[in-house]
Every structure is written in C-alpha cells, then in structure tokens.
Design a protein around this ligand. Structure first.
Ligand SMILES: [Zn+2]
Length: 127
C-alpha cells in the first residue's frame, strides 16, 4: 500500500514543477511583464460548467489551473503550456481565441518544451 503522505507529496510536486516550467516559459518566450502568477484551486474562475482545466487571466497576469479537473503531472504541464499560449497572444488582443494563430503559437510552445524545455526547465526555481 502506498503511503498517503507520499501521494500528497507527489501532488504538491506537480504544482511546483508547473511553476518551474512557467519560469522557463517566461525566459524562453522573452516575457516582458511581471512574472506570471500560477494559481491552483479546485475550479478556475468564470467556469459555469465546472469542467475547465485552466484559464489565462491576461488582465490579472495569472494562470489558473484546476486541481479537480487535471488528472496527472503531464496533463498539468499540457494545460499550463496551453494557457501560456493564451498569455503570449494578449498583445494581439486574442486572449480567448483558439483559431489558427493560437494553434501555431501553442504548437511552437509545446514543441520547444518537448525538444529541450523538459530538461532546461529543471534549472529554474519552483516558485
Ligand atoms: Zn484555451
């Protein structure tokens, strides 16, 4: 039987790892604003159906991740990369947009993460 303490520790680590990847993303994409705050809570704000995984609050400079809807560490990272793509599009006033331009940016971000970000991000603080 797995110790419940170990399980809790792993879950905590998942969000720390997301913060580390977020610091890497800011550097890789030359983010000029203040550091983006990562907020983890049961459900993301403004989600009537309660089934959203994450939400980019481009005005508040925050990314929310849903503790209830995200299934595991890689799902958490995947959601973070998606929300970060929304953040990078805020200058184009396309925060909630999911069209062609979004998928190009989101694809570049996820390719960079798979290619070298997975390793490189480990050098960043988990805050
Ligand atoms: Zn989206």
């Amino acid at each position: 039987m797995e110790d419940l303490g170990d399980v809790k520790e792993r879950v905590r680590d998942r969000w720390k790892r997301c913060r580390q990847v977020l610091r890497w993303l800011e550097e890789e994409w030359e983010w000029h604003g203040d550091p983006i705050e990562l907020v983890v809570q049961d459900f993301v704000p403004d989600d009537d159906a309660g089934d959203c995984l994450g939400w980019a609050d481009t005005d508040g400079n925050r990314i929310y991740l849903s503790r209830k809807n995200i299934e595991g560490p890689s799902h958490a990272i995947e959601t973070l990369l998606h929300e970060f793509a929304h953040m990078t599009l805020q200058d184009e006033k396309r925060g909630d947009y999911h069209g062609r331009r979004f998928h190009i940016v989101a694809g570049e971000i996820s390719d960079a993460y798979e290619h070298h970000g997975f390793e490189d991000s480990k050098a960043f603080p988990q805050r």
